[in-house]
Design a protein around this ligand. Structure first.
Ligand code: ATP
Length: 380
């Protein structure tokens, strides 16, 4: 049922490129990363997504070699670059990767060329080699025409392109991105997302991308790792993360969702669907997607998946009368706030003329869009 969201085919070939195993990182007594494990495949774009303070930047910096973990292992191309057990901790410059930061950290008084050439000069590469490599990197980000311009005379987007060229110039095997677009305005950010994604695919370069921006993560990633409080909550494709969130945290963080809880009515389970009864006595049919269901259960429904109508729609299951509390016109869509079964829900409808005042209407939802969440672990 879930529909693929990214039409560009994955550039990933085969084999694990980066493996992070049971990574723990302390800052003093604070445990910022609590035993995180994931892999990044060759040519894959993997995104670490989560709210501020969840440990995504710390994890990225540990891969880069800028943060020393407390324990665990990180392998790049099969070789450990950090391992507490084997007492390995390779310096950042020997890990074969480049990093692009939120603040572009380019030198305003230098030209575009000098900015990109700087790292190669430090490595004492020949003049001819530097010229060729810098021009190739500038071509990749369409900045060759600005080669001799001072960085201070560039727009924010152009400066970020220079920062990208500076990362590409070393032909790294891995690119790490720490919120590289967050200083750009919304329009430019949208354009740069597409550009970056296409570039990453074209070059087939393995990358790890950190962001707290959901849209960015959904649009750019082959897979997403959702983090909270130093642990991983879910790993999956954008489609899986959005359509089959594991728990209430992911459902809520990854897009807007309504949560509906109730007791399992096994006697009403039918046609591969599971039924719950809400505290208000309404029966809701949903899909378990192979997940076990307990005596009580919580289901998640995206605000866009509810259907709203003033006439009772056809069908018996998952059709309910609702009281409309408020309709908020938001341009591309209208947000309808309703009271149903003793709780408040939000429905997002396209192109609906809002009506004033409270009134009665109907709400319905396809049971395949009502997703059973995993039971929360005790203490989670
Ligand atoms: P953000 O999006 O705000 O950057 P994040 O998910 O990247 O958040 P981290 O920066 O990795 O989170 O921080 C994880 C935890 O470690 C937070 O609780 C943070 O306060 C703490 N932390 C990060 N850097 C340090 C530091 N240098 N010293 C002490 N604590 C730190």
């Amino acid at each position: 049922m879930p529909v693929p969201q990214n039409s560009t085919p994955s550039a990933a070939t085969s084999g694990t490129h980066i493996a992070v195993e049971n990574l723990q990182i302390h800052y003093g007594t604070v445990l910022a990363v609590r035993g995180v494990s994931f892999t990044v495949e060759q040519g894959e774009q993997l995104t670490l997504l989560g709210p501020s303070g969840c440990g995504k930047t710390t994890t990225l910096r540990a891969i880069a070699g800028l943060e020393k973990p407390t324990s665990g292992e990180i392998r790049i191309g099969g070789a450990p670059v950090y391992s507490s057990a084997r007492k390995v901790n390779l310096p950042a410059e020997n890990r074969g990767l480049s990093m692009v930061f939120q603040s572009y950290a380019i030198w305003p008084h230098m030209t575009v060329f000098e900015n990109v050439a700087y790292g190669l000069r430090v490595r004492r590469e020949s003049k001819a080699e530097i010229e060729a490599k810098v021009d190739r990197a500038l071509d990749m980000v369409q900045m060759r025409p600005y080669r001799d311009r001072r960085a201070s005379q560039l727009s924010g987007g152009q400066q970020q392109r220079v920062a990208l060229a500076r990362a590409f110039v070393f032909s790294p095997s891995v690119l790490l991105f720490d919120e590289p677009l967050s200083n750009l305005d919304a329009k430019l950010r949208g354009d740069m997302r597409i550009e970056l994604r296409e570039l990453q695919h074209r070059l087939g370069i393995t990358s790890v991308y950190v962001t707290h921006d959901l849209e960015e993560a959904l649009a750019m990633s082959d897979r997403i790792v959702v983090m909270r409080d130093g642990v991983i909550e879910q790993v999956g494709t954008p489609n899986e993360i959005y359509n089959l969130p594991r728990n209430a945290f992911v459902a809520d963080f990854v897009g807007s969702a309504n949560l509906i809880s109730g007791r399992h009515r096994a006697d009403l389970d039918t046609d591969g669907l599971v039924a719950i009864e809400t505290a208000g006595g309404d029966i809701v049919y949903g899909s378990a997607y192979g997940r076990p269901i307990g005596d009580t259960a919580t289901m998640s429904v995206r605000t866009v998946h509810f259907k709203f109508s003033t006439q009772r729609p056809a069908g018996e299951r998952n059709v309910w009368p609702v009281k409309v509390d408020r309709m908020v016109f938001q341009g591309d869509f209208t947000q309808v706030h309703v009271t149903w079964s003793g709780q408040h829900l939000v429905i997002r409808c396209a192109a609906l003329e809002p009506t004033e005042g409270a009134h009665d209407a109907f709400m319905s939802v396809d049971p395949r869009r009502v997703v059973l969440l995993e039971a929360e672990k005790a203490g989670a």
